[in-house]
Ligand binder design. Structure first.
Ligand SMILES: Cc1cc2nc3c(=O)[nH]c(=O)nc-3n(C[C@H](O)[C@H](O)[C@H](O)COP(=O)(O)O)c2cc1C
Length: 237
C-alpha cells in the first residue's frame, strides 16, 4: 500500500507519521528534526520548558531540518497558554495539545493561522474539536503511552470518529509497525502518531539507562497507573 500524505493546515507531511510529544525532555529538537527530515512531523515536548528553553529547542530543530516541526503541550501543564504563545511567536508549524482539553486553545492559533491539534479519545470531543476550529485531531486509544482519557481501543474509536468528522484524523496508541499503520489507515485514519516506538531511538533525548529499560520491557511490565495529571496512564512498571 502506498501511504497517503498527511495534510494539516497548509503543511503536508510526505510520511503520515507524527512523532508524539514526550515530556519531559524526551522528545527534544534532535528527535523532532530527525523525524521531520524523513518526511514525518516532529514534535518538541514543550511541557516543563521555560521560554528560553523552548525558543532554544525550536531554533535548534529549525537549524537541523526544513521539515515540519510542532510542539506538544499538556493542557494540564501550568502556563499552557504562555507556552503556546511563545511557540507561535517562534513560527511553529503546529500545536498538538494532550492530557486534557481546553476550549480556549483554539483561539490562540487563530491570529497566526497556526494549526491547533487536540488529542481526543471520544466521538463527542472529536466533534467539538472540529466545531471549535481544530485543523486535525489525534485520537488516542487505551493502548497509548501517556495520560489516557479512555479505556477503548484506538481500533474501535477510529471508524466511529471517521464517520463523525471531516478533518484529518491521526490514530495513536500501540502503533509499532508498518502493518499497524496500514490497518489504521484502512479504518479511516489519515495518519498515525507514535510515541513509545521513538522513545528508545538514538535521537531520543532519554538517558541511556531509560532506553535500556524500554528495550528490556516485557508485555507483563506494562501497567496502568494514576498519572500526575489526574488521568489513568499507561507506563512501563
Ligand atoms: C514517555 C512518554 C511521554 C509522553 N509525554 C506526552 C506529553 O508530554 N504530552 C502528550 O500529549 N502526550 C505524551 N505522550 C503520549 C504520546 O505523545 C503519544 O500519543 C503516545 O505515546 C502514543 O502511543 P504509543 O506510545 O503506544 O505509540 C507521552 C508518551 C510517552 C511514551
Amino acid at each position: 500500500m502506498k501511504l497517503p500524505e498527511l495534510k494539516i493546515g497548509e503543511k503536508i507531511a510526505k510520511i503520515p507519521i507524527i512523532q508524539g510529544g514526550m515530556a519531559i525532555r524526551l522528545s527534544t529538537a534532535k528527535l523532532a528534526a530527525a523525524v521531520a527530515s524523513q518526511g514525518g512531523v516532529g514534535l518538541i515536548a514543550a511541557s516543563g520548558l521555560n521560554d528560553d528553553e523552548l525558543r532554544y529547542e525550536i531554533r535548534l530543530a529549525r537549524s537541523l531540518t526544513k521539515g515540519i516541526i510542532g510542539i506538544n503541550i499538556m493542557v494540564a501543564a501550568r502556563e499552557f497558554s504562555r507556552v503556546v504563545k511563545t511557540a507561535i511567536s517562534e513560527g511553529i508549524d503546529l500545536v498538538v495539545a494532550g492530557a486534557g482539553f481546553s476550549r480556549d486553545m483554539f483561539g490562540l492559533g487563530k491570529e497566526s493561522g497556526t494549526p491547533i491539534v487536540p488529542i481526543v479519545s471520544s466521538v463527542k470531543l472529536a466533534k467539538i474539536s472540529q466545531r471549535l476550529g481544530a485543523s486535525a485531531i489525534v485520537v488516542e486509544g487505551k493502548e497509548a503511552g501517556g495520560h489516557l482519557g479512555t479505556d477503548t481501543s484506538v481500533r474501535e474509536l477510529i471508524p466511529d470518529i471517521r464517520k463523525a468528522v471531516d478533518i484529518p484524523v491521526v490514530a495513536a496508541g500501540g502503533v509499532l509497525t508498518g502493518q499497524d499503520m496500514v490497518d489504521l489507515i484502512k479504518m479511516g485514519a489519515n495518519g498515525v502518531q507514535m510515541g513509545s516506538r521513538f522513545a528508545a531511538s538514538e535521537e531520543s533525548n532519554a538517558a541511556p539507562a531509560l532506553k535500556e529499560f524500554y528495550l528490556k520491557a516485557q508485555p507483563e511490565d506494562i501497567v496502568l497507573i494514576h498519572s500526575p495529571v489526574g488521568l489513568p496512564g499507561r507506563a512501563v512498571r
